[in-house]
Design a protein around this ligand. Structure first.
Ligand code: MN
Length: 253
């Protein structure tokens, strides 16, 4: 990366279109040199996200179909498929087996399977994946439908067990870490167990938003500081590693 295109920080999962002023949120990320994967919850939101992001150096629009919306939006899978060739980035997709969404789990699985298969066919996609209470099912489905050479997976807000984390690492997955993942000793231990070269940072804004400045996408500095503490390094050393991880994830080979 040339100096001008080097990010100051990385937010690999953020809902910029759910902030009160979407356009301003994109402009702010660009101005502050925060590499941001702007995930979407429905493919209908992607064209506008793409339009705002396409001429920026640091913002990318990902094509999503959120598992929590599948009960009412499964029919949007056809639009999702139609738009897929236009982007390298996919998200937010995945499974949510939490109590509020359990009823649609079968439908979620059939949509997610089609999403993974479509990505496998195109071979160049990078996916940001949601796996609430469904880590095993998500990993099973990735394993059977998206071979490692056919796509790259970033597990967003991972909450699986240590053995599921090892399995995901063996499958080549990356992990995007947010501040909520550093709030208990158990979670910190899990994050510490992840290989440092598979770690990215994220905010999942506005969902993890602190109350102080809800109008402004939260920054990832708190996550960087948390990781610095875990690794016994400075925030800038950690950022250097994350920048390399991002480069590896986005590389063509
Ligand atoms: Mn999200």
């Amino acid at each position: 990366m040339t100096d001008a295109s080097r990010p100051r920080s990385v937010d690999f999962h953020c809902h910029l279109d759910l902030y009160p002023d979407h356009e301003k949120a994109v402009a702010q990320r660009e101005r502050e040199c925060i590499f941001t994967l702007a995930v979407t919850t429905t493919p209908r939101a992607w064209p506008r996200n793409h339009e705002l992001a396409k001429d920026t150096r640091h913002v990318r629009a990902a094509l999503g179909l959120h598992p929590q919306l599948i009960a009412d939006h499964a029919h949007e899978l056809s639009l999702w498929k139609e738009l897929l060739p236009r982007t390298r980035y996919v998200g937010e997709v995945g499974l949510d087996a939490g109590p509020r969404f359990y009823k649609s789990l079968d439908k979620q699985k059939s949509v997610f399977e089609e999403i993974l298969k479509a990505c496998a066919t195109e071979r160049d996609k990078i996916l940001s994946i949601h796996s609430v209470r469904a880590t095993k099912a998500v990993l099973d489905m990735i394993e059977s439908n998206l071979p490692p050479k056919h796509g790259r997976v970033v597990l967003h807000w991972f909450t699986g067990t240590p053995s599921e984390a090892r399995r995901a690492i063996d499958m080549g997955c990356y992990f995007s870490i947010n501040a909520s993942m550093l709030t208990s000793e158990k979670r910190v231990q899990l994050v510490r167990s992840l290989p440092a070269d598979r770690v990215l940072t994220e905010t999942d804004g506005p969902f993890t938003e602190q109350v102080d400045r809800p109008e402004r996408p939260s920054n990832v500095d708190a996550v960087l500081a948390g990781l610095a503490k875990i690794y016994g390094k400075s925030s800038s050393e950690v950022m250097h590693g994350i920048e390399n991880n991002l480069k590896a994830l986005l590389s063509d080979d």
